[in-house]
Write a protein that binds this ligand. Structure first.
Ligand code: THU
Length: 166
């Protein structure tokens, strides 16, 4: 047996002013988008903002539904909208923020597994990293250089595109 280490780095800044102006704006927008969430069931309000290579910024918020699994996270609302409106335009950065009226949020929000999978497919497709900024109402922000870091040993979907039947 051999041991294999799969390491990655994250960065942390204490406050938003430590980010560059472009990233500050993106985090700010994701925070504003928490106000547009439709989350009456969880009362956990998430916002996302995606910066595209063409300079466009596409935003999203979580959208819930009385039939619970039919809802969608803010990250997927944003990246699906970005890909639908600007197919093929690379995504450079996604910022995600969360607020809650019910819970105290101590840590920046972290994308769920399904969102990581979706983000990763776009990252692989565009062959360049999507930087991830994870924030909350105030305080520290986590910076992850690429989505791949959030989902090592991922299912790539390549297995579905084999050259015909076995
Ligand atoms: N949620 C997001 O929108 N993004 C995340 O990263 C975590 C969870 C949403 C889904 C659901 O509407 C609510 O937060 C509670 O899970």
């Amino acid at each position: 047996m051999i041991r294999k280490d799969l390491g990655f780095h994250i960065y942390e800044v204490e406050k938003i002013s430590e980010l560059d102006k472009r990233e500050q704006r993106l985090v700010q927008l994701s925070l504003e988008m928490t106000g547009k969430a439709y989350a009456p069931y969880s009362e956990f309000f998430v916002g996302a903002a995606v910066l595209l290579e063409n300079g466009e910024i596409i935003t999203g918020s979580n959208q819930e539904n009385g039939a619970y699994p039919s809802g969608l996270c803010a990250e997927r609302v944003a990246v699906f909208a970005a890909s639908a409106m600007f197919p093929g335009v690379p995504m450079k950065i996604i910022a995600v923020s969360a607020k809650s009226t019910r819970f105290k949020i101590d840590e920046p929000v972290s994308p769920c597994g399904a969102c990581r999978q979706v983000l990763l497919e776009y990252e692989i497709l565009q062959r360049q990293p999507i930087k991830v900024l994870l924030a909350k109402e105030d305080g520290k922000i986590l910076i992850i250089e690429k989505v791949h870091d959030l989902l090592p040993l991922s299912f790539s979907g390549d297995e579905l595109k084999m050259n015909g039947p076995r």
